[in-house]
Design a protein around this ligand. Structure first.
Ligand code: 1PR
Length: 539
């Protein structure tokens, strides 16, 4: 019946819930939105995806009466699923910009992961659950990875142990899910956890009959996995069609014929394919975003909307995120640009050129202006939603004193016997070098509020000769946010090398996947064989 296929969604408009909507629809359910407290009280099933900061969310819930309605709904033990912040808000309070009082359903305080001992925060990626009681919706989840992205967590205690249905280990054991009666909440994102996540959502939606619970073949997941990311560089070709392209040291034009833009396929189709093949994340980089205003670039937003209908792992989009005044004199803040990307289905945005200018200014003045794109976007959407993409080029030097930037001693000397190199940041897709190194940039953007670094290397891009280990080591040892290694993957061994020799949390590749040289699955199998934990597709 209509009734049994309907689910009520409490979306207070602070972030990307498009993917959750897509996942629910994909499972054959239809969504009714909450507009007023009564809509909660009359719901048969309620999903509450918390997004944004704890304090801001509580403010909305308190002011609108939705918070009180939520408490009553939960008291009546009606079917409820909280996701991410939707779990945290159930607790007494949170230390996030606080203390801030929560809904007070579950005893305990939500605190930040401790990064002082080198733990990488935010906790981003696919981690394993340890079920502590049989909770309907997590049926058969043991040994599978699910996707987390958060900096705050609730801890288990004597007072809340009745609630806890699973724990997860990240530097310490934290609460990854709670369940009591019909009330459930999860810290991870089922809508971003591939087939495993969809089966959890399906279990919740079909909960009324336990016979319909999905059972997965047990997996071997034990801890946070290293991620393998497929990257799609996207731009309009000379005919005006949006295509996936791929450069050779950032040059995307063919060297023969009319020098047209290399065309490797359609963005939405390829993203869907990589999702099926087991990519842990898909990134879209709008590589000419620096010159074209992205909100004028509706096709890219359309790509994102379509891709998010079928891709249930995180999507990142980059290109052109900065403050902008259009031809009619209308001013758009980088936050507005990013918001449009989030509304269209992005989970994270990636900032390139604008981050370089922001970091230069920050290093010059030592002051956080609060106005940079990194600060504006992370304040509203959280650090975990802001990736900084670095496009450095190697500069060989004879001695470290030649430059004021951090350099590395090379394993293999440069063309003129130089023993050192520094990594110069560039803007506008590598077209312009700037007076700042990758090391300095990474540290500065971490202070400004970036949650992750996508570390490219122009020299290695498209060469298939392996990642620049020295660069990746330099940067991943310098920051406590996750670093995604990028540029140069040409064989499965390059992935194990980068994970064994550096602190990278993820490895991204483009050409090797586009040219069908090596399937994602082979990369994962090789990593498993060499002792690197990765997420495998459920059987
Ligand atoms: O400066 O904020 O507008 O962002 C522009 C974004 O577009 C940046 O993230 C920048 O890295 C990217 N970009 C700009 N020009 C190019 C180009 O190729 N001409 N692509 C470009 C960067 C680099 C990687 C690539 C890896 C892996 N692409 O994402 O996918 O190097 O490639 P490989 O595995 O084939 O070696 P803004």
């Amino acid at each position: 019946s209509q009734q049994s296929n309907s689910v009520t969604l409490l979306d207070y408009g602070a972030g990307n819930v498009r993917s959750l909507r897509n996942a629910i629809r994909h499972l054959g359910f239809h969504i009714t939105d909450v507009h007023k407290p009564e809509d909660i009280l009359t719901a048969d099933r309620l999903v509450f995806p918390g997004v944004g900061a704890f304090g801001a969310a509580m403010q909305v819930l308190n002011q609108t009466g939705l918070g009180e309605a939520l408490r009553m709904y939960i008291d009546k033990d009606k079917p409820f699923l909280g996701i991410c912040l939707g779990l945290q808000l159930l607790f007494d309070s949170s230390e996030e910009n606080g203390p801030v009082k929560g809904l007070g359903v579950i005893p305990g305080t939500v605190g930040r992961f401790d990064s002082t001992q080198g733990l990488i925060v935010p906790h981003i990626g696919w981690n394993a659950l340890q079920p502590v009681k049989d909770s309907g919706i997590l049926h058969g989840i043991e040994g599978h990875h699910v996707y987390f992205v958060h900096s705050y967590r609730a801890l288990p205690s004597e007072d809340n142990k009745d609630w806890i249905s699973s724990l997860c280990y990240y530097g310490e054991s934290f609460v990854s899910s709670v369940s009591r009666g019909n009330v459930n909440a999860v810290q991870f994102h089922p809508e971003k956890s591939g087939a495993v996540g969809l089966s959890i959502l399906q279990n919740f939606l079909r909960q009324s009959s336990s016979s319909s619970l999905k059972t997965l073949v047990p997996g071997k997941a034990s801890k946070l996995a290293k991620r393998v990311i497929a990257c799609l560089d996207v731009r309009a070709n000379d005919k005006g069609d949006l295509v996936v392209t791929k450069g050779d040291q950032y040059d995307v034009r063919e060297t023969t014929g009319d020098n047209e833009v290399r065309n490797l396929g359609k963005p939405v189709e390829l993203a869907g394919q990589y999702y099926k093949d087991g990519a842990d994340e898909v990134s879209f980089l709008n590589i000419t975003g620096f010159r074209d205003f992205p909100l004028g670039d509706l096709p890219m937003l359309q790509v994102l909307r379509c891709a998010s209908e079928n891709v249930f792992v995180p999507l990142t989009v980059g290109g052109g995120i900065r403050d902008f005044t259009d031809a009619n004199g209308r001013y758009y803040s980088s936050l507005e640009v990013a918001s449009e990307y989030f509304r269209s289905g992005a989970d994270k945005v990636s900032i390139g050129s604008d981050a370089v200018f922001a970091a230069e200014e920050y290093l010059l003045t030592g002051v956080k202006s609060g106005k940079t794109s990194i600060e504006q976007i992370s304040r509203v959407y959280g650090n975990q939603a802001v990736v900084v993409s670095i496009d450095p080029r190697r500069v060989f030097i004879k001695s470290p004193d030649e430059v004021k930037f951090k350099s590395v001693k090379l394993m293999k000397p440069g063309p003129n016997g130089e023993e050192y190199a520094w990594y110069q940041c560039t803007v506008k897709g590598g077209r312009e070098g700037r007076p700042i190194g990758a090391y300095e940039l990474a540290k500065a953007v971490e202070h400004l509020g970036a949650g992750e670094i996508l570390l490219n290397c122009i020299d290695c891009d498209g060469q298939g000769e392996g990642y620049d280990i020295e660069l990746i080591k330099l940067v991943s040892d310098a920051v406590t946010i996750p670093v995604i290694a990028s540029s140069g993957a040409g064989a499965v061994e390059h992935f194990s090398e980068v994970f064994q020799q550096t602190n990278a949390s993820a490895a991204l590749a483009a050409g090797i996947f586009h040219r069908n040289e090596v399937p994602i699955q082979s990369v994962k199998e090789h990593l498993l064989d060499t002792g690197v934990e990765v997420r495998m597709l459920p059987m």
